[in-house]
Design a protein around this ligand. Sequence first.
Ligand SMILES: [Zn+2]
Length: 362
Amino acid sequence: MKNWLMVLMMVVPCTGAWANEGGTSSGGTDNYRKEDGAAWFLTVGGKKEIRVCLVTDKNFGIPVPELRAKVNASFAKWNDYLRVKRWYQADLFVTALSFMSQCDGSEDLRFYFGAIDGEVEKAKLGHTEPFALTQLTTFDSAKGWGKGFVWIAPPSSISANVPNWSDPLNLTAILLHEVGHILGCSHAVGTIMASDLSRSLKEDYLLEWRDKIEHERELLECTECGGEFTGYPREWAFPLLVGRQPIGDESARYIKNDGVRRPSGTLVLKDSVGTYKFAVNPGVFVGRALEENVEVFKVRYDGYQDGPKNRGGSVYFGTLTTLDGREIPISFKENMMYAIEISAIPAEGEKQQHLFYSWGRY
Ligand SMILES: [Zn+2]
């Protein structure tokens, strides 16, 4: 009985990326409900491959072997991503595919490229000009295994040259987005999971990040990943840490240590006179409430349902060691949109002393 309830809960359409035509949809967002979007294919039942078939319309314009390769590459990219992020549950998600020569009903996952049938027509009801649809039709919660489909709209079906799948990056982007839903990811701005992805594609933005899962922010926090964050020194950085105003061109970067919990690392300030390094020492974790939480890689099986809600960013109190060996108290914020902000904690009644602000990860 309990399992049946779970199945019923899962048979709710999980919609894909939508056009924002004529103001009929809500500000470019789609109707994807994150509570419906747990991962479809988990290793808990022992399966290692998703059986996939393609239904293609002859006017879609891309040969079947190429479409298969693109579908395969989308899953492979997400699998790589989970491993690069050192996500501890990476092995829970099945991302290997085996392609069937044609759909016969036994497949786990069906991709429609421009083609349409009753199932798709039904799923499209009530939605405005979708670029794509992703829908789970059944889910066996004991086996952690589902069945569903992805539909990709025919080229030029919304307006002239929209969608435009002849630009290969557009199809890459939409497939990455829909596969992200299959892996239990909700919508998240600044990533390939952006709810207004279709609008970006429609307006033909030259989006360099269309084949990347992240661009302006992280989707999944990697607490142990090292990296370099470039940015610029804030107004207090040179006076407080170097003891003078910067001379000439100034720059700053934060080098995060690998393999340890953030925010252990080094703040590097540079101007035309010299380069100065300051150790940042982690202190007390204060909270993670800087941004809206978004669930990613959500799983649901045997009555268990969860996903990391780690999009909130992190705030720590720590210290920073100055050139002359003083330890100054700092706040260290990582909100993933702006990556990192470091500020000295001022004496009571003084203004916040900003030291560093990064604009992205390199
Ligand atoms: Zn979506």
